[in-house]
Write a protein that binds this ligand. Structure first.
Ligand code: TYD
Ligand code: MG
Length: 472
């Protein structure tokens, strides 16, 4: 009989999962330090117990999802970003810098979930029960089904959760588990301090196993480092079903919630909130919140309609040109600097505006970012307005992608953008020329909302035409 071969050990990076030939101080693949650990290889296929896996026909698989309805938390902004609520059995990671309001958001969402779905276990590894409790009181977010726990041992949290799965002693069943945060809880089965790579991985895999096994959604908070990366291994993002990021800057009260990964929905949706003394308030009409209301139009300003997932959002772009001493500087906030350089060159070449020798500053109001090419035209017109020292025609809104030859290109879902502009009382819409049929359809869509008479559509083929129409 031949001697069974001893299973070879493998060296695996705990940050990126790359397998290497031996130990390195720095992972050759992702360059993380001290992340490589020795692991036993996965069992050979032949060694697995046979017949324990479930195989389902793809035609029947959908019914498995439908049989477990999503659990909405009642905060429409959160539910929309999730794709309609929490999916039973899923693990959601909520990332964001310290102090942005992650705990506040989760507490508000938890109380909504507790009202709708049953017991919500909120385990904090950072704060005492008294601290969380006082926040509950401040946010008016308490409910008999929202249970608080101050615990750092993940096994303890999951034991408490498991006891409540079917509903203990006259209580409803478990609706969700919240863990705040993955960096402050640890597994007693592992060595190392909370927050280190091995611990984060152990905690996350236990949460994933719990969620999948019991069909209960789990939300876990993750801190983000200064450069915006989730602290801990990238592997964390691979393990969970959805990654939400909560953003905003310290000077402003506006907070944005986006999905950067979502196995059960789109990653295009945006949730908008305002941080107030009594917690986060949802902003259902962000366009109104971001627009400046002025008596007279301002020089160097142009409003555009951008799409954030299913929703249109009106944003104001501001530009200022100033005499340059030395090398002209281009400073932009919320706009891609490469895109800005391209637009400046197009203005110079195709609109006869000599802007290349000046310092230019561009800003998107409200700390927002313009990531769509559809916002090109508004950036260009704001710069043109500053150059001409003349405001755009009152009530103007502009959108359109700009090509290097100075042509305006149509953008997706013009109707949605035009309707949002009309809804907020903007009268002149400057947009790329469209074939007759498309232009007709656009007008009809406005007529159907009885807005056809109040909105003027100005179609332009080129940058030069757009500038002419924009100031007329
Ligand atoms: P928190 O939710 O603790 O942030 P995180 O969990 O992301 O670290 O909220 C932190 C900040 O929010 C804190 O500086 C105070 C502010 N805040 C309010 O302005 N209003 C409120 O009602 C609450 C609870 C917090
Ligand atoms: Mg917190």
């Amino acid at each position: 009989m031949s001697k069974p071969k001893r299973a070879a050990q493998r060296w695996v990076c705990q940050a990126c999962g790359a397998v290497s030939s031996g130990w390195f101080g720095k992972c050759p693949s992702c360059e993380a330090w001290n992340s490589i650990e020795q692991e036993l290889p996965p069992p050979n296929p032949g060694e697995r117990p046979a017949g324990s896996s479930v195989v389902v026909a793809s035609t029947d698989a959908q019914t498995q999802v439908d049989s477990q309805p999503r659990r909405p938390c009642g905060l429409a902004e959160v539910d929309r970003v999730l794709g309609g609520g929490l999916v039973p059995g899923s693990v959601v990671l909520l990332g964001g810098p310290p102090g942005i309001g992650k705990s506040t958001l989760l507490l508000q969402a938890s109380v909504g979930l507790a009202r709708r779905t049953g017991i919500v276990l909120y385990a904090s590894g950072e704060e005492s029960i008294a601290q969380v409790g006082s926040r509950c009181a401040r946010l008016a977010a308490s409910h008999k089904n929202l249970l608080l726990m101050a615990e750092q041992r993940i096994e303890e949290v999951l034991a408490q959760a498991t006891d409540r799965i079917r509903g203990a002693a006259g209580q409803p069943p478990l609706g969700a588990v919240i863990v705040d945060s993955v960096q402050t809880v640890y597994s007693t089965a592992q060595d190392g301090l909370p927050g280190n790579i091995t611990q984060i991985r152990a905690v996350t895999s236990q949460l994933v196993a719990f969620a999948k096994h019991h069909g209960v959604p789990v939300v876990v908070v993750g801190h983000v480092t200064k450069d915006g990366q989730l602290a801990g291994p990238r592997l964390l993002e691979h393990l969970v079903d959805a990654v939400l990021s909560f953003e905003g800057d310290e000077e402003r009260a506006t907070r944005l919630l986006r999905a950067t990964k979502n196995r059960f929905g789109s990653t295009q949706e945006l949730g908008v909130f305002e941080m107030r003394g009594d917690g986060l308030r949802e902003i259902a009409n962000p366009s109104e919140a971001f627009l400046t209301h002025r008596e007279a139009p301002a020089i160097g300003s142009c409003v555009t309609a951008t799409l954030e997932g299913s929703r249109p959002l009106l944003l104001e772009v501001q530009a200022l040109l100033a005499a340059s001493f030395g090398n002209p500087r281009r400073t932009c906030v919320g706009v891609d600097p490469i895109r800005l350089a391209m637009l400046m060159a197009v203005l110079d070449r195709h609109a006869g505006l000599f802007v290349l020798d000046q310092d230019v500053f561009v800003n998107v109001v409200g700390g927002m970012r313009l990531s769509e090419p559809a916002s090109d035209l508004a950036v260009l017109l704001a710069i043109a307005s500053s150059h001409r020292r003349q405001p755009l025609a009152p009530g103007t809104i502009a959108f359109g992608e700009i090509g290097l030859t100075g042509e305006l290109r149509p953008v997706p879902r013009s109707e949605t953008r035009v309707q949002e502009a009309a809804r907020l009382g903007l009268k002149r819409v400057l947009l790329p020329a469209a074939p007759k049929q498309a232009a007709r359809a656009l007008k009809d869509s406005l007529d159907s909302l009885h807005l056809g008479a109040s909105v003027e559509l100005r179609f332009a083929r080129t940058v030069a035409e757009a500038i002419e129409l924009g100031f007329a």
